[in-house]
Design a protein around this ligand. Structure first.
Ligand SMILES: Nc1ncnc2c1ncn2[C@@H]1O[C@H](COP(=O)(O)OP(=O)(O)O)[C@@H](O)[C@H]1O
Ligand SMILES: [Mg+2]
Length: 241
């Protein structure tokens, strides 16, 4: 069973409204609560506002109205620098396009969060950052020394995605946010990747918020949410059905 606790939610959204400047609201979410340790799949068609919601959770975007709390901290009470710090400490992000740094090696990419957040480095057991990076890469199926020595640009898409996941997990962020991380993977690789990601989240005790338009993956999660069901704003014109 899941280690869901009744403590402060990992993520809590209340009366949230967001719209791009000069545009009508695309998100109007009365309530969303994700418990610590929960693994949640948020589905919604392309263009429906999933990445926008993740930007609000990460404090990169600011709502027109309402509250976003990450582990009990209301992001509106923080300045931009404090939001950056909170994001670095508490949130690991896996992006659709991976966002790996091409001129850094595999392990250097994984260790990047330690550069931005002392808290992430401090949470590494025993303080051996490189050993922890290698442990994560091995857990995600990238343990071979040959792979570690290659430039990230010479890895396959599936391998790059695993490097991105190891980087997001590095330093045990309490909350992992994944934005369509499987969309570049073929079907067989997708489920394998997701199982490894979930195993590692469980081992680290990280909450997982995973968004995708690919509903076939929902069965692996504790809870599946539809953005359309929690969002009262009309879908923007052009959002795929
Ligand atoms: N930086 C931006 N400026 C203006 N509109 C944007 C921006 N980013 C996304 N949008 C619009 O916001 C809507 C939701 O986009 P997005 O959150 O990326 O959807 P999803 O992640 O579900 O595919 C779309 O209509 C998109 O065109
Ligand atoms: Mg998106």
């Amino acid at each position: 069973m899941t280690a869901v606790t009744n403590a402060v939610p990992a993520i809590e959204v209340q009366d949230l409204e967001f719209g791009w400047p000069g545009k009508p609201a695309i998100l109007d979410i009365p309530s969303l609560r994700i418990a610590q340790g929960e693994r949640v799949f948020l589905r919604g068609p392309s263009g429906s506002g999933k990445s926008t919601l993740l930007g609000l959770v990460g404090g990169v975007l600011v709502p027109r109205r309402g509250a976003v709390r990450v582990l009990g901290t209301d992001l509106a009470t923080l300045g931009a620098g404090e939001r950056d710090r909170l994001r670095g400490e508490r949130l690991g992000f896996v992006f659709q396009m991976f966002n790996l740094i091409p001129y850094l090696g595999v392990l250097e990419n994984v260790l990047l969060p330690a550069q931005f957040s002392p808290a992430r480095a401090a949470r590494v057991p025993g303080g051996d950052l490189a050993a922890e990076g290698r442990r994560l890469l091995t857990a995600l199926g990238l343990g071979s020394p040959d792979l570690l020595a290659r430039p990230v640009t010479e890895l396959s898409i599936g391998q790059q995605q695993r490097v991105a996941a190891a980087r997001a997990l590095f330093g045990r962020p309490p909350v992992l946010v994944a934005d369509e991380p499987t969309s570049a993977l073929d079907h067989d690789t997708r489920e394998g990747f997701l199982r490894l990601l979930m195993d590692e989240c469980r081992a680290q005790g990280s909450t997982l918020l995973f968004v995708s338009h690919d509903t076939s993956l929902g069965g692996l999660f504790d809870r599946v949410l539809s953005l359309a069901e929690i969002n009262r704003a009309a879908a923007p014109a052009g959002a795929a059905a």
